[in-house]
Ligand binder design. Structure first.
Ligand SMILES: C[S@@+](CC[C@H](N)C(=O)[O-])C[C@H]1O[C@@H](n2cnc3c(N)ncnc32)[C@H](O)[C@@H]1O
Length: 267
């Protein structure tokens, strides 16, 4: 597989190990960073968000994962409040290695109410982890309550019509990646889709040694809401869509767009 969040889902980290626990949750979180270095200077998706973050006096990164975006913001001189929130302990444990940032182990729905953030982000297609209508509604309520009036929420989802999941297979050479992990282990990683139903794609990623020995199978499900559905959820939650793009080059959303990139404001 290619190693970019733009093109690929990444390891779910709470799936049960299929073999002896030689590849732990912490290893999966480290693999995430190996596959997805945060790089706003060279990656268009990271380059979209980073100026928003640097220009906002306070930022809540929802589904912050290993915290790379906020860590780089602090390293590059952001002086305001930076808070990352994520329900995945192993991911957040990695984020906690970065000092000077508040890390909260919780889901979007539990975002800090009344905190008055200027900007909330949900990068790396994290929004697609919200599977049910109730989860989307509760999460948007949480983000809304954490923003100040006029505060903005920026996030992206993959456009369902682009059917990105069709590339998530070992039959696609771009989906099979070979890396050396932080412990110096050569690894192979690829995906297979298990089901596509009702707008939700269930799939698994396999982490294997070069000889094919399976070290870990990581399962995940992602929802692919369309533009109208997203708009309805945002409006219901009290957001106004300010900007929406179908690609990182800021072209409009069409039926051929790979992404739906949304910047909404809290009313
Ligand atoms: C693909 S990772 C993206 C991490 C990071 N934002 C990035 O761009 O690298 C998706 C993240 O969403 C988190 N997540 C899943 N469900 C969530 C929820 N209900 N609320 C907030 N975050 C959630 C996962 O734990 C995971 O860390």
């Amino acid at each position: 597989m290619a190693v970019h969040r733009t093109e690929n889902p990444l390891p779910a980290r709470r799936a049960p190990a299929q073999t002896a626990p030689v590849f732990t949750d912490a290893d999966a979180a480290a693999l995430y960073d190996t596959l997805n270095p945060w790089d706003p200077d060279h990656r268009m998706d990271d380059g979209f968000y980073f100026p928003l973050v640097m220009a906002a006096d306070s930022v809540l990164d929802v589904g912050c994962g290993t915290g790379s975006m906020l860590a780089l913001a602090r390293a590059r001189g952001h002086r305001g409040r930076l808070t990352g929130i994520d329900p995945d302990r192993a991911m957040l444990d990695r984020a906690r290695r970065h000092e000077g940032i508040e890390w909260i182990e919780a889901a979007a729905a539990q975002a800090p109410e009344g905190a008055g953030f200027a900007l909330a982000t949900m990068t790396g297609h994290a929004f697609q982890n919200l599977l049910t209508d109730d989860d989307i509604r509760a999460s948007l309520r949480g983000v809304h309550a954490a923003l100040r009036p006029g505060g903005r929420f920026a996030f992206e989802t993959r456009h369902p019509l682009a059917r990105a999941w069709e590339g998530w297979t070992a039959r696609n050479p771009e989906d099979v990646v070979e890396v050396v992990d932080e412990q110096g282990r050569p690894l192979r990683y690829w995906h297979e889709v298990d089901s596509v139903a009702d707008g939700i794609v269930a799939f698994h990623g396999t982490v294997a040694a070069p000889d094919g020995t399976v070290l870990r199978v990581l399962t995940e499900s992602l929802r692919f809401p369309g533009p109208a559905e997203l708009h309805a959820f945002l409006t219901e939650a009290g957001f106004t869509v300010q900007e929406q793009y179908g690609s990182w080059d800021r072209t409009p959303v069409t039926d051929a767009s790979p992404e739906i990139i949304t910047v909404a404001s809290r009313g």
